[in-house]
Design a protein around this ligand. Structure first.
Ligand SMILES: Cc1ncc(COP(=O)(O)O)c(C=O)c1O
Length: 415
């Protein structure tokens, strides 16, 4: 039997309704949307334009504001590098540009900012509080005359924490600074509107919303003060922002996935939040020394991230063999580094290594949550029964007087 999938932040299964919409564009309607001289090209172009309109309306944009990309990583790169490149032309080079972002952003933003920094761009990385939140006041304080872009994500991929993006966007609009948000995790799960929310650039990814992998978009508000340069040279597709033959089936699937997500958003958000809360309540009731990582009140409805004292992370994941969960972000799970997101919110290292991220989805049932709870409780209890550290704590050592190391070994430290 396959494990129960509770890792919907990493990716989501393709909805069969999405696949159905895509299939004709892999077979009969295979044309290149840029072919202007025959019906194959016209029908592909029509499908792309219908998808563009549908996606635009899902995010409160006009069709011309959608730039299809290969996913949110590319959209983030285009937003940061594209804005910096355009601004550098005005400001006499990249060294004249300043960007503000946050330490808990996805690597697609952080590594792009670091790459720009190596080329001379000044970068301010704002810290977050213990809940994972950044404040508008922090952003306001970071703005400088040379600030060309603020990039603060909507919802975090590890701890699901939702940033106050509307207030940050309003501040940026008032101060004439371009504002970008990575909405890969939130689009279709939380309300989001390009114009009402005063956003300038929004990164989206289809595979986070039951659409296909390999397609996403950068939503670019059409206004003279939102300027970016293309990252790739080529045939001038997507209004010159992103050259390359359009992946018609993927684009059709992306739009269909967004339509379905929106139609079911409120009901699903409520259902998944109820299940998530039930899982949390069960863990808190049955397992002592559990830490919830990140704000509970400003959080995606489908996310729970918890750590267990005196449990070794790898043993925990191995022990949960009937559950497909993750210890953090899929992009980082190859590395044995502790999560920089959990570090940023002040989770002690040992607790950071024992973090579990539960990502619920459309297919998650009551029975799945019951099983996840039973398996997690049993595994934590079994591992703690083997832990000398846990015995010490049971014997009265305060958690603060004990440190846990990454390898799971323990040492007493002086108070
Ligand atoms: C917040 C966030 N940004 C960007 C990405 C990258 O998206 P994609 O896989 O479409 O490149 C992800 C996915 O892991 C994400 O969660």
């Amino acid at each position: 039997m396959r494990p129960i999938y509770l890792d919907h932040h990493a990716t989501t299964p393709l909805d069969p309704r999405v696949l159905e919409a895509m299939l004709p564009y892999f077979t009969d309607r295979f044309g290149n949307a840029a072919s202007k001289s025959h019906v194959y090209g016209w029908e592909a172009a029509d499908a792309v334009e219908a998808a563009r309109e549908s996606l635009a309306s899902a995010i409160g944009a006009s069709p011309k504001e959608i730039v299809f990309t290969s996913g949110a990583t590319e959209a983030d790169n285009l937003a940061l590098k594209g804005v910096a490149a355009a601004a550098s032309e005005r400001l006499g080079g990249l060294a004249g540009c300043h960007i503000v972002t946050v330490v808990t952003e996805h690597k697609a933003v952080l590594d792009t900012a670091a790459s720009l920094e190596r080329q001379g761009v000044r970068v301010t990385r704002l810290a977050v509080d213990g809940e994972g939140l950044v404040t508008v006041a922090q952003v306001a304080e970071a703005l400088r005359p040379d600030t060309v872009l603020v990039s603060v994500m909507h919802a975090n991929n590890e701890i699901g924490v939702v940033q106050p993006i509307r207030a940050i966007a309003a501040l940026c609009r008032a101060r004439g600074v371009t504002y970008h948000t990575d909405a890969a995790q939130s689009f279709g799960r939380l309300p989001l509107h390009l114009h009402d929310d005063a956003l300038d650039l929004v990164s989206l990814s289809a595979h986070k919303l039951y659409g296909p992998k390999g397609v996403g978009a950068l939503v670019v508000r059409r206004a003279p003060d939102v300027r970016l340069l293309a990252e790739m040279d080529g045939g001038g597709h997507e209004r010159g922002y992103r050259s390359g033959t359009l992946p018609v089936p993927l684009i059709v699937g992306f739009a269909r996935a967004a339509e379905l997500m929106l139609a079911e958003r409120e009901a699903e958000a409520q259902r998944q939040a109820t299940l998530r809360d039930r899982l949390l309540a069960g863990l808190l009731a049955r397992v002592p020394q559990v830490r919830v990582n990140g704000s509970l009140s400003h959080r995606l409805p489908n996310n729970l991230n918890v750590s267990f004292a005196c449990v070794e992370g790898e043993a925990l994941l191995m022990g949960l063999d009937g559950l497909a969960v993750s210890s953090g972000s899929a992009c980082l799970s190859q590395s044995l580094e502790p999560s920089y997101v959990l570090d940023a919110i002040g989770v002690p290292r040992a607790l950071s290594f024992s973090a579990l991220r539960f990502g619920l989805g459309r297919g998650t049932t009551d029975a799945d949550i019951d099983l996840a709870l039973e398996r997690t409780v049993a595994t934590v209890e079994r591992l703690r029964a083997l832990s000398p550290l846990w015995s010490m704590m049971q014997a009265g050592a305060s958690p603060d007087s004990v440190t846990w190391t990454a390898a799971g070994s323990s040492e007493r430290v002086a108070d």
